[in-house]
Write a protein that binds this ligand. Sequence first.
Ligand code: ATP
Length: 231
Amino acid sequence: MGLKIEHVTKKYGSFSAVDDLTLEIPEKRMFGLLGGNGAGKTTTFRMVLGLLSPTEGKITWNNAAIDYSKSHIVGYLPEERGLYPKLKVRDQLVYLGRLRGMDKKAILVQMEKWLDRFRVPEYANKRVEELSKGNQQKIQFIAAVIHKPELLILDEPFSGLDPVNVELLKEAVIELNQNGTTIVFSSHRMEHVEELCDQLCILHKGKPVVQGGLREVKRSFGKKNVIVKAD
Ligand code: ATP
């Protein structure tokens, strides 16, 4: 059970953005995908989300192809944040929650819970363009989790955030995971992954270089010629 990525390759012409990647992420775990620029993290996530088709291999959730029409399965925080700048935060989240099949009341309850949690209840009435990049990221995170997905994919969730907001977001991620959400997130930085994940994979030029438990990966990490750049 959980997310299985089996011998997945994504080719653009003769170039492999992801090259024979196999990962097994059990349900309710927190898993880190670590790699520098161009390692293939976003491409992997887009295939899991059904936005790109693998050239080879298959991806399953709980042993079945992912049914994207079921709104509760996957939540996604994309690397390129994509909110509507002119919409108020409330309208933005209502719109995105409705796309997830939620009713307005349930969306507003979740929105209030999360805005309180991020200590910004007053943002409900602000337009997205009035918020800093870091605060827009928090709203995008709320949009990714508002429908309580089983599997949450976070592409570089901590980049561009100040340390206080990194901590707030980490606490939220830990709590979601403790409540049963399976979480996969990407990062350039080992420190985020080692703090949050017990399992990880280091990708380099589309290939998995090392994967497994934190201790074994760290042990072999130093021996391999892998470049993981800081943000
Ligand atoms: P970053 O941290 O910079 O976002 P990443 O690990 O997410 O990197 P990807 O965005 O998955 O990396 O890209 C992997 C490789 O595939 C890169 O070399 C990228 O240039 C290439 N690539 C991605 N999309 C395409 C495309 N549509 N056509 C050709 N090459 C692509």
